[in-house]
Design a protein around this ligand. Structure first.
Ligand SMILES: [Mg+2]
Length: 232
């Protein structure tokens, strides 16, 4: 038996592009360096993740702040209210997010395999992340009891408590489990510490860290191929 545990954002769908598109729409300018924009936005995202998960601040407020900080550091022309407007535009884009046909067909195969259990471990505010479960139609492959949203727990990624919580949920041992995610520090490092296998979707081409996952891929095509090769 193997358990395959997926992150959602930037793993099951690509969130990065929507973040920058929303900024460009609101500011009315082209963002010259998308990778830099994304890396600054994600650095800012790490700062207040815990407050977001506890529900102290809303996703809209925090995304507005992250946008304004990113605009400021990149010297993009913006007014204070643009952060919130970009957060709204991003939410609107997110309402159209979908699972690619290629990924859906691999997930179909995995969901039909009696030797495989599928699960999700995602970080963020409870309501916001459960909305994504619905919008992406993840019920087709994932049992809701196998979905852990950090906002529903006292922990944040990469706390090893989350990984042991998942082990109990699925009734599997660390060596039977795989973590599949895009964020090395949040998804992969926690899995390695917990004795899990891991597949890293390194979308941003970050240099190899010391502790390597079992598999590293760089884009969606390689991701779908790796899933099919390893698990089907
Ligand atoms: Mg992610």
């Amino acid at each position: 038996m193997r358990g395959i545990v997926f992150d959602i954002d930037d793993t099951l769908y690509c969130r990065q592009d929507m973040l920058v598109q929303a900024a460009e729409t609101v500011l009315g300018v082209k963002v010259p360096d998308w990778p830099l924009f994304i890396s600054i936005f994600y650095e800012k995202s790490d700062i207040n993740m815990a407050q977001l998960e506890s529900g102290e601040v809303s996703t809209r407020d925090i995304n507005g702040w992250r946008y304004n900080e990113t605009f400021r550091l990149l010297s993009l022309p913006y007014k204070p209210e643009d952060g919130g407007r970009a957060a709204d535009a991003y939410l609107e884009l997110q309402s159209h997010m979908f699972i690619s046909d290629e990924l859906a067909s691999v997930l179909d195969k995995l969901a039909q395999d009696p030797e495989i259990k599928l699960a999700i471990l995602t970080a963020g505010e409870s309501r916001h992340q459960w909305n994504k479960v619905d919008m992406l139609g993840l019920d087709r492959w994932f049992d809701r009891s196998s979905v852990i949203v950090t906002g529903d727990t006292p922990y944040t990624k990469p706390d090893v408590e989350l990984f042991s919580m998942m082990e109990s949920r699925l009734g599997l041992s660390p060596s039977e489990l795989w973590m599949i995610g895009d964020n090395y520090d949040k998804d992969i490092a926690g899995a390695i510490t917990s004795g899990w296998h891991s597949l890293w979707l390194n979308r941003r081409g970050i240099p190899d860290p010391d502790a390597l996952p079992d598999i590293t891929v760089l884009n969606d095509d390689e991701f779908v191929s790796a899933l099919a090769k390893e698990f089907t």
